[in-house]
Design a protein around this ligand. Structure first.
Ligand code: PMP
Ligand code: GLN
Length: 386
């Protein structure tokens, strides 16, 4: 959305500002309800907050170990075993990162040669494109086709070349809310095995699923040794500002990712690591309950959007809903979202920014529903003004 940015290198010219920062600033400036950037307006469990305070008071305030504290790595390994039956050795197969964002960056910077290709599904989370560019790699996109966000197995096959380094998968998927089915993941796994590719799977919304279960790609035959699984405490525990994420993979892959990670941040917030370890060990019930509440909020916002004249596409996971705005406006989604605060005091995200294909993303706008019920109801009242 910016023109040429002086001093910025050419790789990052088209990634100069994130849409989330821009739209959150717009919400703050106009006093609008922010259904744009993905963060809840209620914090996670008190138990986890208290654990962070205790960790500070107990003196866990210096650099933690490079891999993350062992208590957190053990809790992550136990989580992977409990939910997916996956075995990871906390000593050598788990790495704590500064959110999933750093994990994504470290995977791309650590694994890609200049000129390598990274295959990702479109629409794609913006950091995938930016981090691929930072790594000097090229993105190759495979379309997820609205309204059901299915993809053509042949299109995936066609995206693979002898320069392909890895396939990036995001399930549950931001921005669409798609939850990849087992059959779809089998198609991806088959391609990875046949072409000897690494899969990087971003599962930050793993617990925010409303109909079907989340399937972790690493559980498929032959995938444990070639999959890097990324997740984060941000969405699971509603602490997006804490930036505690992680990577699970075989030791050789962890070593490669850590090589990049150690020069990005080296480590991240020691006390938060203790707190999230406690959260992972103690808060399964919170996670289940949150998904139940969010499902209800999804349905409520979908009703409100539908009543306001939007075409609402199905979302089965994450805390996002996608709408087609073409019945309401001929504007492109970016212009539409820029004008939304003035029209009705709301902020949303133009999904067109997640596309290379200008036609495919032309009418799509993303809305975030993890807000308190009264805020959501007020947003629905405002939608009716459109
Ligand atoms: N991946 C996806 C798909 C996301 O939506 C986000 C935003 N939460 C991230 C990664 C980044 O996660 P974190 O805040 O843990 O860096
Ligand atoms: N993942 C969040 C979203 O999609 C935003 C996080 C960020 O601003 N980087 O809204």
């Amino acid at each position: 959305m910016t023109g040429h940015v002086p001093y910025l290198n050419s790789r990052l010219q088209s990634h100069a500002g994130t849409i989330f920062a821009e739209m959150s600033a717009l919400a703050a400036k106009t006093g609008s309800i922010n259904l744009g950037q993905g963060f809840p307006d209620v914090d996670g469990p008190d138990l986890i907050k208290r654990a962070a305070i205790r960790a500070i008071e107990d003196g866990h305030n210096q650099y933690p170990p490079g891999n993350g504290i062992i208590e957190l790595r053990a809790a992550i390994a136990a989580h992977q075993k409990r939910f997916y039956g996956l075995d990871f050795d906390p000593e050598s197969e788990v790495l704590v990162t500064a959110g999933a964002t750093e994990a994504i960056a470290a995977c791309l910077l650590g694994l890609c040669e200049i000129g390598d290709e990274v295959v990702m599904f479109e629409p794609y989370y913006d950091a995938y494109a930016a981090c691929t560019a930072m790594a000097g790699a090229q993105r190759r996109v495979v379309a997820l086709n609205a309204p059901d966000w299915s993809f053509e197995p042949l299109a995936l096959e066609d995206a693979i070349s002898d320069r392909t380094r890895l396939i990036l998968v995001n399930t549950p998927h931001n921005p669409t809310g798609k939850v990849f089915s087992l059959a779809e993941l089998e198609v991806i796994a088959d391609v990875c095995r046949r072409h000897d590719l690494i899969a990087v799977t971003d599962e930050v919304y793993e617990h925010l699923v409303y109909e079907s279960a989340h399937v972790s790609l690493a559980t498929l035959p032959g995938m444990a040794e070639r999959t890097i699984t990324i997740s984060s405490a941000a969405k699971t525990f509603s602490f997006t500002g804490w930036k505690v994420g992680w990577v699970c993979a075989i030791p050789e892959l962890i070593t490669a990712v850590r090589a990049a990670k150690q020069y990005l941040t080296y480590v991240n917030g020691a006390p938060f690591q203790y707190a999230i370890a406690e959260g992972l060990n103690e808060c399964d019930q919170y996670v289940v309950e949150e998904a139940r509440i969010l499902r209800h909020k999804r349905d409520r916002l979908a009703q409100g959007l539908d009543a306001a004249g939007f075409r609402v596409l199905d979302s089965h996971g994450t805390f996002f809903l996608t709408t087609d705005i073409s019945a309401l406006s001929e504007e492109d989604p970016y212009t539409f979202c820029r004008a939304l605060p003035e029209r009705c005091g709301l902020v949303a995200i133009p999904s067109s920014v997640f596309y290379d294909d200008e036609v495919a993303g032309r009418h799509l706008v993303r809305w975030m529903f993890s807000k308190r019920s009264e805020v959501l109801e007020e947003a629905i009242t405002r939608l009716a003004r459109l």
